[in-house]
Design a protein around this ligand. Structure first.
Ligand code: 4AD
Ligand code: MG
Length: 476
């Protein structure tokens, strides 16, 4: 890439005008910075571009780091540059007795988030952040950043949210999204390792899955379409084709709730298993949660530290998770001060009270059919209750998993569509699944962002996704 950058310069392509600072807004840059001739002779073919996370494998070697200025300071004859490249932060040092050294002048012009290429030798340095240091031999400035808005001082959340595209570069945000990526990888490894087939279900759908009040409507040529609230219904079809499946993608809820647990667009993983029951879904969900917690503890401790997330509550998670029926939990919550009546759904205060029951997630089952979706299988003995399960996360993180057993009986499902006033035509294909090889089947959905918020110990879900979609807020 070094040679490409240089090539662009001489060829005068679009990169060239950028590098030469000819683009409007960049004209106040000193073009000489870009024309800087390397003072340090190096071989472009052998000089290694190394990511900071791998720097430990290059001690005593000359390497190149490409990144952004995180911070800098000077002390006498030494200049310290903290450079981040997305994989880590390294301290780079410049030493010279000559205060007019060209690299010093270049250093002095650097601002927070300026893009740079630095070349030098790697040293082990216990006192430096990360344990390694780079002695700078040569440096190229690609762009001097202009008044980067997110300075090390405190900023308000609305300000940071307006600058989310830049905020992502901050250490804590970086750590959260590292944990997110790990959680997603863990989820995939879990299901792939258990022989589940990944099925990508559609985002544009002709019908509702989770109630009609939270549907995003859009035009689909001469028809109406809705953004998917859940891939479940389609997954029931793919489960009948593949036995056990999971879908994993963005889902949408036009929910007018401005809480710390709700996003308008969130990612959900949804397993579905043919010939499975509520019990199987609970067991699978329990194993999934444990797998994720263990993986995050094993691989992302450094990020948890950056986030000042106490790992102890996560380390304490273990099987079995306590189980309570809706009938059991309501009086318990009322005793603890909840104002909910029998037949109400849980609100945020109830979710908090439930998390006081155990250091583990709590599984709640057998809800009144009225507060749950149309597809839930009724209990054989008390048909007014359904075989659903909600996993309530500890530490007040609320419901992270919702699912259960689905109706497999054709006439019952037909009745439910009527009772829920759902347009039958849109569900004909779904009814087919009960006409051709109906079997009990079960599954659930786990919200990625709520799980990440819990892992990271965050107060609000909005930081768990690169660009959160919140009530009335879609910028940036
Ligand atoms: O309980 P929900 O609505 O269940 C379903 O959508 C089922 N069809 C899933 C299935 O059985 N395949 O949502 C499942 C999970 C919740 O437990 C929560 O973690 C997350 O999705 N979730 C949200 N996360 C962020 N913002 C929102 N507005 C969410 N709504 C649900
Ligand atoms: Mg739910």
């Amino acid at each position: 890439m070094v040679s490409r950058l240089k090539g662009e310069k001489s060829e005068g392509g679009c990169g060239a005008s950028f590098l030469a600072g000819e683009t409007s807004g960049l004209t106040n840059l000193n073009p000489s910075l870009f024309d800087h001739a390397p003072s340090f002779p190096y071989n472009e073919d052998t000089m290694k571009w190394v990511y900071i996370e791998n720097i430990g494998g290059h001690v005593e070697e000359d390497v190149e780091i490409r990144g952004w200025v995180y911070n800098k300071r000077s002390s006498g004859k030494v200049r310290f540059l903290l450079v981040r490249d997305g994989t880590g932060i390294i301290q780079a040092t410049l030493f010279s007795a000559d205060k007019d050294h060209p690299l010093f002048r270049q250093f002095d012009a650097l601002t927070q988030e300026s893009s740079v290429i630095i070349r030098g030798s790697v040293r082990e340095e216990k006192r430096a952040p990360g344990g390694y240091e780079l002695s700078i031999k040569d440096m190229e400035t690609l762009q001097v950043a202009l008044d980067y808005p997110i300075t090390p001082k405190e900023h308000s959340t609305p300000f940071l949210m307006e600058h989310r595209h830049l905020w992502l570069r901050s250490r804590k945000q970086h750590a959260v999204l590292q944990v997110r990526a790990e959680v997603i990888k863990a989820i995939r490894d879990f299901f792939d390792g258990r022989g589940f087939r990944l099925m990508d279900t559609p985002i544009l759908t002709p019908s509702a899955c989770e109630g009609t009040t939270t549907l995003f409507e859009t035009e689909y040529f001469d028809q109406k379409a809705y953004l998917s609230q859940s891939g479940q219904l389609y997954n029931e079809a793919t489960a009948a084709a593949f036995g056990k499946v999971y879908c994993f993608g963005p889902t949408f809820r036009a929910e007018r709730s401005k809480t710390r647990r709700h996003l308008i667009e969130f990612w959900m993983v949804e397993p579905e298993v043919a010939f499975a029951t509520l019990e199987d879904a609970i067991e699978l969900g329990t194993d999934l949660v444990l797998f994720i917690v263990e993986r995050v503890l094993a691989r992302r401790r450094g990020d948890l530290e950056v986030l000042e997330r106490d790992p102890k509550p996560l380390e304490a998670i273990g099987k079995p998770f306590p189980r309570l029926t809706y009938d059991e939990i309501v009086p318990l919550l009322q005793k603890k001060g909840s104002a909910m009546a029998y037949g109400d759904d849980f609100g945020a205060p109830e979710e908090t009270l439930i998390s006081e029951i155990s250091p583990n997630p709590v599984c709640i089952t057998h809800f009144p059919a009225k507060i749950k979706a149309f597809y839930m299988q009724p209990d054989a003995v008390r048909p007014e209750l359904v075989l659903g399960v909600d996993f309530m996360a500890p530490e007040s993180y609320g419901e992270i998993i919702g699912g259960g057993q689905r109706i497999h009986d054709l006439s019952l499902l037909e009745r439910r569509l009527q009772e829920y006033k759902l347009p039958r035509e849109a569900y004909e294909w779904y009814l087919d699944l009960r006409r051709f090889g109906a079997c009990p089947h079960a599954g659930f959905g786990m919200g990625v962002e709520r799980t990440v918020a819990w892992m990271c110990g965050l107060k609000h879900i909005r930081e768990t996704i690169p660009f959160p979609r919140l009530l009335y807020k879609i910028y940036p």
